[in-house]
Ligand binder design. Sequence first.
Ligand code: HC0
Ligand code: SF4
Length: 558
Amino acid sequence: TEFMIIDNLPVEIAGEKNILDLIRKAGIELPTFCYYSELSVYGACRMCVVEDNRGEIHAACSTPPQAGMEVRTNTPRLRKYRKMILELLLSSHCRDCTTCEKNGRCKLQELAQRFGIKQVRFGNTFGEAELDTSSLCIVRDKSKCILCGDCVRMCDEVQNIGAIDFAFRGSKMCVSTAFDAPIATTNCVGCGQCAAVCPTGAIVVRNDTVKLWQDISDKDTKVVVQIAPAVRVGIGQELGLADGENVMGRIVAALKRIGFDEVFDTSTGADLTVLEEAGEFTARLQKEEKLPLFTSCCPAWVRYAELHYPQLMYKISTCRSPMQMFASVMKEHYGHSHRKVVVVAIMPCTAKKYEAARDEFKKDGVPYVDYVITTQELIQMIREAGIVFSEIEPEAVDMPFGAASGAGVIFGVTGGVTEAVIRRIADDKSVSALRAIAFTGVRGLQGVKEASIVLDGREVRIAVVSGLKNADSLIHKIRSGEKKYDFIEVMACPGGCICGAGQPVAGREGRNKRSVGLYEADRMSSIKRSEENPIIMALYDGLLKGNIHRLLHVDYVR
Ligand code: HC0
Ligand code: SF4
C-alpha cells in the first residue's frame, strides 16, 4: 500500500484520481466551487489549493496522488490565498443575499462565512442583475456567476446539450447561450441540472409559490395536490430527518395544514401509466412494430427527442406521464364542482414545469396541472407556514384516489418504470417471480443498464438509461446496429427522479439512501402490481370508460 502525508497524518492511496478526493477521505472538508467527481476537472476556482513540504502550491483537484508526497491543507499562506479569492469573487458578485433564491444554500455565502470574510477590500465591479426569465424551469442571473463552469460542464458532459458555454475572454468572460439568446429559445430541455450544480444564485429553479399561496387562501378555489414518488425520500434531510427516509405521511399532513383541500399520490397516476404502457408495449410486440418503445414520462427526455431525434418520436410511448394522467383524471372528477379547481403537482423535477405548460396538456387553454412546485419550493412553504416537520403526525392520502402500488412508488428511481411494467406483463405472477424481476438488471444507479426477460417464448431486450448523454450514446449504438432493444426507459437526470434538480442536492450516499427508501416503500406496500390497485380498476369501470385516449394519451407527433 502507498501513502500520502496529509497534515502530518498518513493517508492510504486507494485509487483516488486526485488529492482532493484523498483529502476529503481523510475527513478534511477542502473548499471548492468547481469540483464535482462526476464532471471533468476544470481547476478554475483555486480554492482547493494545498502546500507541499517545499512550499509549492498545488490545486488539489488537478493533482494526482503520489506516494510519499506531503501536503498541508491549512497554512497561513493558504488561508490568505483563499480569503483573497473569496474577496475577489465577492467584489464582482451581486450581494443581495437576503432576497436571493439561493439564500442559505449558496456556496459563496457559506465559504465567506466559513473563512470569516468581514470586508471586501476591492471595489464592486458587478453590474445590475441580469435576469433571463424566459424559461419556465430555470432563472439565470449573470451578475451572480463566479465562472466556475459547473453548469457548462454539466449541460455538455452529462446532458449532451451544450445550451450554455463560456463567451468572451478576460474581464468580459461570462457564461452565455449562443448569441446571448434567451435560454428558452435554445435547445435547453429544462432538466435543471445546471441549477443543481450552480454554487451560487446564478442559475436557480424557478419559484412559483407566490401565486400558489393566493389560490390556497382563496375560499372559492378547491386546491387538489399530488405528490411525486421521489419527493417522499428527498425532502426529509433538510427538515431535520434522515435523507432517504420515506416521509410521505408527514408531507400529506403538512400539505393539509398549509391548506390544500385534497392530497393524493402521483404513484396512483403511475399505476395508470403502467397499465396503459404495458398494454401499448405488448400490442407493439405482437405486431413487431414501433420498437423499441421509449418511455414517455420524463419531460426533459421528450423535449430532447423532439429537438434531436424527431424521426424517433413515433416510437415514444403515447402515454401521458403519471403526473398528467392523474391530473386529467382529477380535473374530470372535480370538474363539475361549483368551486374553481386547481391541480398542483409536487415534483422533484424542474422540467415538469415545462411539461405542465405544454399545449398538449391544456383543455380550453387551461392546463390540467396548474402548478408544478419542486421539493425545494415545498420545503420553503413548509418553513414559511411554521410547520415543524419532524414533529408533525403523519397522515394518509385522501379518497377517492387513496391507493397506490409499490410498482407506482418505484417510478421515482431509474429502472422503476421498467420494473413496474415487467411486473404487469410477466406471465408468472408468483411471489418468487416478482422477486426475480428485481434481479434482472433493472435496479441500481448506474447510468446504463440492460435486462432481458422472456415473454411467450420471445426474448424481450430492455435498456434503462439515465442522463441524456447516456440516452444519446444508446441511440447511436442502436442506429449502428451494435445494439437492439424492445423497450427503453429514459430519465434525463442521472439516477432518475430521486436526483431531480428540484430536490435538495444529494451526494452519492444520499442518492443510494433515496433509492433504498423507495424500494423499501415498495416492500412495505401490500399492493405490488399496478393492476392490483382497486382504485385503478374502479377508474377503468367508471370515469375512464370511453375516455382512455382523451385522458391518458398524448400525440406528440403531429
Ligand atoms: Fe418522476 Fe414520474 S417518476 S417522472 O421521476 O414516470 O418528476 O418522482 O412524478 O409524472 O410517477 C418526476 C418522480 C414523477 C411522473 C411518476 C413518472
Ligand atoms: Fe442545460 Fe439542463 Fe441547464 Fe438547460 S436546464 S441549460 S439543458 S443543464
